[in-house]
Ligand binder design. Structure first.
Ligand code: FES
Length: 552
């Protein structure tokens, strides 16, 4: 129930923010038209008024404003701690300042019209603001504050999207340029208007009483101040419903019911990995509930999907999605025994972002047995030759080595390019590695009791790219189910005594014909359907087939 409410709250926040974002976008573009002419500004204003001053537009806009404000106050009240990243603090601070900056303008142009029928036109507004330097400065500040608040809101929402990085420069440039053009448009048109005779085409009624308008403004200021102040006051009051969350090191977080386990961890300064920022997608915040699981709210659809994806046992829950109703004992899965992520979650990279990538896992088979009777120096030499070969095959194909683990390696493709291209690169790399193994075995001929053998697994899909680790030992890496599946396919290659097991999903994206290779449905733990997989006995064969025509 609580989880569903959290989802509803997030949706309302995003939808209302989008409605207001559209309004501000139109408003800013309208101001920017001042660089063309006052007539163009006025024409656009009338066009926008048809939308926003219609019955539906008014309900939509003011409904969104009210919803956004209420949701913001509710989440402010709900927060267990006001400790937060600076970008979030700025966003909240600016959002709370906005009502006070905008009341004068809104009452002047909207409330007055509703009371007296007097419609303020652009020249009226420009003349009024230009003659009052305090009002014009406040209005400019309000514009910038509204814009920065909105931009930060959308940045929080969009930064995790796979396409965001690709268009980031374009989006940032637009975000910077529009308010500048808007203010320039305002200044240039205001200068023109004060030099013009009064422009009173839209004058339809006498203006409302100034004292009345002043009183209305005061009521609004008082109302907003009371609501915001009241929220902080309510936060300070101890709640009757408190829950205790106990951690493996004996620390206890006592929080109001309605707070997530992740928020509880943060409240007591407990390091807790959360790469997707609490959106229930990365699973890195998961905890094993060792006591008190009964009676807790069931996992919502988002949490269930993430837990099923990783095949989590029944007592594992996502800390960011679990809002305990009663006391419980938890053990963070990705922190047990490690000092992991003490600082990382607050670093820029640690926020992580989702990307579609192709992943290649490779591993030397029977390597330990193979090197049992060799000197350590020989083993190191052999491993370095092998890693050299794998590293250069991956780099030549356009990928990067994420890490070497023992005698295995993890390579990623698609950090900077499209997924289809990344899949083709991964296939090319596996072919080069296959060829490299043939060459390595040739050069070690007679040195080893048996040739070196490799097993590779490849899959493509979404992964979280982020900085993980502790202090200097942290590194940029990828995590997620795609990585787990590629690793599982590497084991499948061993089971089939083949060099490569690659998901059909990856191959389909390249359009490569796989004639001559076998296709199998593989059972994967936590996955309802079989995973269609191509088994390639000799990866070097793929290089020979490279010249074969692609499917259209
Ligand atoms: S922080 Fe990503 S799932 Fe909870």
């Amino acid at each position: 129930m609580t989880t569903d409410f959290a989802t509803l709250r997030k949706r309302l926040h995003i939808i209302s923010g989008t409605v207001m974002g559209l309004f501000i976008l139109g408003h800013f573009s309208n101001h920017a038209l001042g660089l063309v002419s006052v007539e163009a500004m006025e024409a656009m204003r009338r066009g926008l008024h048809v939308i926003w001053r219609s019955y539906l537009g008014t309900v939509l806009l003011y409904g969104a404003l009210l919803t956004h404000f209420c949701v913001a106050l509710e989440s402010l009240y709900r927060r267990r701690t006001l400790r937060m990243p600076w970008s979030e603090a700025i966003k909240i601070g600016l959002g709370l300042a906005l009502p006070f900056l905008l009341v004068g303008h809104v009452v002047g142009v909207r409330v007055e019209m509703a009371i007296s029928g007097y419609e303020v036109d652009y020249p009226d507004v420009l003349r009024g603001l230009w003659s009052d330097s305090f009002a014009s400065s406040r209005q400019s500040v309000a514009l910038v504050v509204a814009w920065v608040h909105g931009c930060l809101g959308f940045w929080f929402f969009l930064r995790g999207k796979s396409w965001f990085k690709q268009y980031a420069l374009l989006i940032y440039s637009f975000a910077l340029l529009l308010p500048i053009l808007s203010i320039l448009g305002f200044v240039s048109s205001a200068r023109l208007v004060v030099a013009m005779p009064p422009y009173d085409v839209l004058f339809v009624a006498p203006r409302a009483d100034a004292t009345l308008m002043g009183n209305i403004r005061s009521y609004f200021y008082f109302g907003f101040a009371t609501l915001i102040g009241g929220t902080f006051l309510l936060r300070a009051l101890p709640s009757k419903e408190r829950v205790r969350i106990t951690y493996p090191d004996g620390r206890v977080a006592t929080v109001n019911a309605g707070f997530s386990v992740l928020e509880a961890s943060r409240a007591i300064g407990m390091p807790h990995l959360s790469i997707c920022g609490g959106r229930g997608r990365c699973s890195t915040c998961r905890v094993r509930v060792t006591e008190g699981l009964e009676g807790q709210p069931h996992a919502g659809s988002k949490e269930r999907a993430t837990l099923e994806r990783i095949g989590a046992p029944f007592n594992v829950r996502l800390a960011c999605q679990l809002y305990p109703r009663s006391d419980l004992t938890v053990s963070p899965v990705l922190m047990a025994g490690h000092a992991i992520a003490k600082e990382a979650p607050l670093a820029t990279d640690a926020a992580g972002h989702e990307r579609k990538v192709a992943v290649l896992f490779c591993d030397l088979r029977d390597f330990t047995r193979l090197t049992e009777d060799r000197l350590p120096f020989d083993t190191v030499y052999l491993l370095n030759r092998y890693f050299d070969m794998v590293g250069s095959a991956v780099e030549k194909s356009g990928g990067v080595i994420d890490k070497f683990i023992g005698d295995g390696a993890l390579a990623i493709f698609g950090l900077e390019n499209r997924l289809d291209e990344a899949c083709a690169q991964a296939l090319r790399a596996s072919a080069l590695i296959g060829e490299g193994m043939v060459a390595l075995n040739r050069s070690f001929h007679g040195e080893l009791q048996q040739p070196l053998r490799i097993a590779m697994g490849m899959h493509a899909g979404s992964a979280i790219v982020g900085r993980i680790g502790y202090g200097p030992a942290s590194e940029l890496t990828v995590v997620g189910n795609t990585i787990n599946l590629a690793s599982r396919l590497e084991s499948v290659a061993k089971e089939f005594d083949a060099e490569l097991a690659v998901s059909a999903e990856l191959v389909d994206r390249t359009g490569r014909a796989m004639e001559g290779h076998a296709r199998h449905g593989i059972t994967i733990r936590g996955r309802a359907s079989l995973m269609e997989t191509w088994i390639v006995n000799k990866a070097a064969d793929l290089a020979a087939e490279d010249a074969s025509p692609a499917k259209s």
